[in-house]
Design a protein around this ligand. Structure first.
Ligand code: SAM
Length: 327
């Protein structure tokens, strides 16, 4: 870690102190003292955005003159959306209708103060990030303004659990980029209830993409009616058994392929993971519970549950559940 970010009032922020980090591909990330977790994989913040969010989104499916409706859950420094926008062609792109959910404005502000971060993006993408920081929205020249036809974007600052309800009624989403801190640190954004609410926003054929391969998350997404695929480790990444999850709402007109750019079906090992105690959901029935309350409820449910223990599943599937040496 390096580059402590000074801010006299930061102890009162929900993320606590933010410390800058340089990840493996040279891109900036942050560490939050309150969540005690980094924002990105140490292998590379930019590489992670491209491999886990942009590639499996397959944005070439969206044609000029049609909407591309994106919901970024936990915008942070903005990598996932910026990388997605940078992939869209300047001419003939779909109309991007974008909404972002984020608790703390500091990560985006800090990122935009960082020269290396700003030089990653084409001018029009940088302008949108700056507009989100300064005004909380941008509108493309063609009109619109985030959900109302044409292109544009809008931030909803605050707790994603409450702010999700502010999305326009009937606004169906093509892509949800779900990038909360890990379920262990931030179970409130991986609860059965919150994931079901996200799934309910998806249009037929709409996709939720996340770095999480947690059994509880996958089981909740499946119960919410979504089809699951496992994200493959990107070239150059540690060859783990999965690097995340693609979850899609079924569309009869264009069924989801078993294999695609960066994904494959869940293996037998991954399916069996969903029948272990690790698959017990995080529950937050009021939408206001603390991480501690959610963990305590889940632990009680796990203790009373007759399902296979996760350690027994790990032993049965060793060495597949361990990172492979030398990669
Ligand atoms: C892993 S980081 C996201 C990284 C981000 N996608 C990026 O590309 O930089 C998690 C983010 O979740 C935000 N967060 C934590 N709890 C939240 C909540 N209850 N509602 C909304 N955002 C939250 C944090 O402020 C942090 O920016």
């Amino acid at each position: 870690m390096s580059g402590y970010v000074a801010d006299p009032g930061e102890r009162q922020h929900p993320l606590g102190e933010l410390t800058s980090l340089c990840t493996g591909d040279g891109s900036l990330s942050l560490h939050s003292s309150c969540f005690d977790e980094a924002f990105h994989s140490s292998a590379g913040a930019l590489a992670e955005a491209k491999a886990k969010f942009v590639a499996p989104a397959q944005i070439t499916r969206f044609r000029s003159g049609t909407p591309l409706r994106v919901l970024d859950v936990c915008v942070g420094l903005g990598y996932n959306s910026a990388a997605l926008m940078a992939e869209l062609p300047l001419q003939g792109a779909p109309d991007l209708q974008w909404w972002g959910l984020e608790l703390d404005p500091r990560p985006l502000t800090l990122a935009l103060q960082h020269h290396g971060f700003s030089t990653l993006w084409p001018a029009h993408v940088l302008e949108r990030l700056q507009a989100l920081r300064d005004h909380g929205h941008w509108t493309d020249a063609s009109g619109g303004g985030g959900g109302g036809g044409g292109g544009g974007g809008r931030m909803l600052w605050g707790d994603a659990r409450t702010q999700l309800k502010q999305l326009p009624k009937g606004w169906a989403v093509d892509l949800i980029l779900m990038d909360a801190f890990s379920p262990g640190r931030c179970p409130e954004l991986w609860s059965e209830e919150f994931l079901a609410a996200l799934a309910a926003q998806l249009a037929p054929g709409g996709r939720l993409l996340t770095y999480s391969r947690a059994a509880a998350v996958r089981a909740s997404l499946r119960r919410a009616g979504l089809e699951l695929r496992s994200l493959l480790p990107a070239p150059g990444q540690r060859q783990e058994w999965s690097s995340g999850t693609l979850a899609e709402r079924h569309a009869a007109s264009s069924p989801l392929a078993n294999h695609g750019p960066g994904w494959q079906p869940l293996s037998l090992m991954e399916e069996e993971h969903l029948s272990t105690r690790a698959a017990i959901a995080y529950r937050d029935p009021t939408g206001q519970e603390t991480a501690l309350m959610i963990h305590q409820r889940r632990q009680a449910e796990q203790q009373a549950c007759p399902w296979e223990s996760t350690s027994s599943w790990q032993r049965r599937w060793a060495p597949f559940t361990r990172p492979q040496a030398g990669t």
